[in-house]
Design a protein around this ligand. Structure first.
Ligand code: S3P
Length: 168
């Protein structure tokens, strides 16, 4: 059985996925990394060249192809935008929605300059949080459990997920 992590940009999906995969001795799949392999360029460049709609098509294809693999799977923050993807996710019993306070989201995105996220380039904190609000019900719809990551270490988050999914 796989374990999927969903949630807005900056909530820590990749970090938590890596640690979960380690402690559960499961393979790790990072969908954004697989998408970049597939398109042969950074996601930001693909957005610029081909637009968001084309990116979402690749994202759905890569999601679908990897859902059957028994692994810890980190998704991109916009994977829930398509109703089709939400339906796919709902078929899986371990979909963990990671949340964070507004302050944490803004701070983490500000600190993470290495990962260039096209949808938030040149956006104000208020605009970024408005996108997060728009998506909130979509994450809820696809999730099995919701875990707030604010003020918690990755280790504590991993322990909480394991306990709540009875993986300990
Ligand atoms: C996106 C989130 C990104 C990446 C792309 C679009 C989004 O992934 O898939 O830039 O729409 O929220 P992370 O959530 O890992 O940053």
């Amino acid at each position: 059985m796989n374990l999927l992590l969903i949630g807005f940009m900056g909530v820590g999906k990749s970090t938590v996925a890596e640690k979960l995969a380690q402690t559960l001795a499961m393979p790790l799949i990072d969908l954004d990394a697989l998408i970049e392999q597939r398109i042969g360029m950074p996601i930001k460049d693909y957005f610029e060249k081909f637009g968001e709609t084309a990116f979402r098509q690749v994202e759905t294809a890569v999601l679908q192809e990897n859902l059957t693999i028994e692994a810890v799977i980190a998704t991109g923050g916009g994977v829930v935008l398509k109703a089709f993807n939400r339906k796919l996710l709902q078929k899986h019993p371990r979909v963990v929605y990671l949340t964070a306070s507004d302050q944490h989201i803004v701070q983490r995105l500000h600190n993470d300059q290495r990962n260039v996220r096209p949808l938030i380039l040149e956006k104000t904190p208020e605009e970024i949080l408005a996108i997060a609000k728009e998506r909130e019900s979509y994450y809820q719809e696809a999730a099995t459990i919701v875990v707030d990551t604010s003020d918690k270490t990755p280790e504590a988050i991993v322990a909480e997920i394991k306990e709540r999914l009875s993986l300990v």
